[in-house]
Design a binder for this molecule. Structure first.
Ligand code: CMC
Length: 379
């Protein structure tokens, strides 16, 4: 008897696999909430450490809770010397995302953590920023800048990345960028982290799965690709560029989303940041801004009726260029800022863990007989 074909949801589109209280992505109305708090309020009022606390504990901290959380993050900033050596060794031969994955795996292997230890989450959130800063600094200058205890998380991140104290404006912008990227429900990298965690592997291995999933251009890798596409469009007829790209089956990077069928609220905020820095921006950033705004207008005319709108990755690149950050570091920075989201979901999933193991509908044959190789007819 043949099995009847079940409903198959390509890309797991619209498939629910658990309940979660962490993040609400309201795709129809373009709204986003972390534990009920609207993203625009968090981006305007909060800071990355506080948002990390919120994501790990489900509520905002009081002053003393925040202070001890910050202390624990600060204590975890330093990267083991062996890991710095590996970053240095790979920096001329590999890509920042590959190096990040290797370095995080190495930190995990040196610590040999078991599946769940609460402080490990805080360590990972802190360490990822340090590793990304070290990768950026070592590839640019060959030097590793040690963390500075007197600085807050974001200020220290920029200090380790650039080797000098950042100005107030850079810290404020980066703080908001980290908050905006900190969490986004069951996106591909978070799901990947949960799949690994569901086998009762450890937190570092789950984070490495997430990093490697984030890297792809359909997910976190889109921020770098969008910037490269904007550079490629410069001086060209943008409407024609879009038509040609789509006609060839390509994607316009920084647009479209599985859940948002309206303007991504994070893109609205990042666009606001970009517009606000224009008076002080370099010619490069002003040119990128002109291009990205023209592209946005062209895409609005051509594809917004299909629910394709700017996503978080469209304006991120020009803002990071304003901070003088190289494109190959955009996705690693996305990873560093997403660490609390990944950790929060791993922790939530482990509260009632079940091995994640979906099913495929088999369409092949059964009952074939094995033929020894010398008796097989060539195809
Ligand atoms: N450019 C051109 N066409 C697009 C785009 C785009 N950016 N996004 C979707 N479409 C079209 C697609 O061609 C398809 O058209 P048709 O129905 O005629 O075949 C339709 O829209 C549906 O696309 P899909 O790929 O089936 O939908 P999805 O929900 O799987 O896509 C997406 C989501 C993010 C993969 C897609 O929008 C995309 O490839 N965007 C470009 C890459 C990008 O910016 N990614 C970052 C996503 S947000 C941040 C993050 O997750 O990290």
């Amino acid at each position: 008897m043949t099995e009847s074909k079940p409903e198959i949801r390509s890309g797991l589109d619209g498939v629910y696999f658990m309940e979660s209280a962490i993040c609400k992505v309201d795709g129809a109305n373009g709204r986003l909430y972390y534990y009920g708090y609207p993203i625009d309020e968090l981006a305007a009022e909060s800071n990355f450490e506080e948002v990390s606390y919120l994501l790990m504990n489900g509520r905002l901290p009081n002053l003393s809770e925040l202070s001890s959380f910050r202390e624990r993050m600060r204590a975890a900033r330093a990267i083991p010397g062996e890991v710095i050596d590996v970053i240095t060794e790979l920096s001329e031969r590999s890509t920042p995302m590959h190096i990040l994955s290797t370095a995080v795996d190495m930190i995990g292997s040196l610590k040999r953590e078991g599946p769940d230890r609460k402080s490990t989450y805080i360590e990972i959130i802190s360490e990822l920023s340090s590793v990304v800063a070290a990768i950026g600094s070592i590839s640019a200058t060959g030097r590793y800048t040690r963390p500075e205890d007197s600085l807050g998380h974001i200020e220290n991140f920029l200090y380790m990345l650039k080797g000098e104290r950042p100005n107030k404006e850079s810290v404020e912008i980066m703080e908001r960028m980290f908050i905006l990227h900190a969490e986004h429900s069951s996106n591909a990298s978070t799901f990947s982290a949960i799949v690994t965690a569901s086998t009762l592997s450890d937190i570092y291995s789950s984070t490495v799965s997430a990093i490697n999933t984030l890297k792809g251009p359909l997910h976190g890798g889109a921020d770098e690709m969008a910037l490269r596409m904007l550079n490629d469009m410069r001086g060209k007829d943008i409407a024609r560029y879009v038509d040609n790209t789509i006609a060839l089956g390509g994607r316009i990077m920084g647009f479209g989303h599985r859940v948002y069928k309206s303007y991504d609220p994070r893109a609205t905020i990042i666009k606001g940041i970009l517009e606000s820095v224009q008076p002080k921006a370099s010619a490069e950033v002003r040119e990128l801004t002109k291009t990205v705004l023209s592209l946005e207008a062209v895409m609005r005319d051509k594809v917004s009726s299909k629910g394709i709108w700017p996503n978080v990755d469209l304006f991120t690149g020009p803002v990071y260029r304003y901070l003088d950050i190289l494109p190959e570091l955009f996705t690693p920075i996305f990873a560093a800022s997403r660490a609390p989201g990944w950790c929060s979901h791993i922790q939530e999933y482990w509260k009632s863990n079940k091995l994640l193991r979906p099913t495929v509908f088999y369409t092949g044959e059964v009952g074939k007989r094995y033929v020894p190789i010398e008796k097989r007819q060539g195809e």
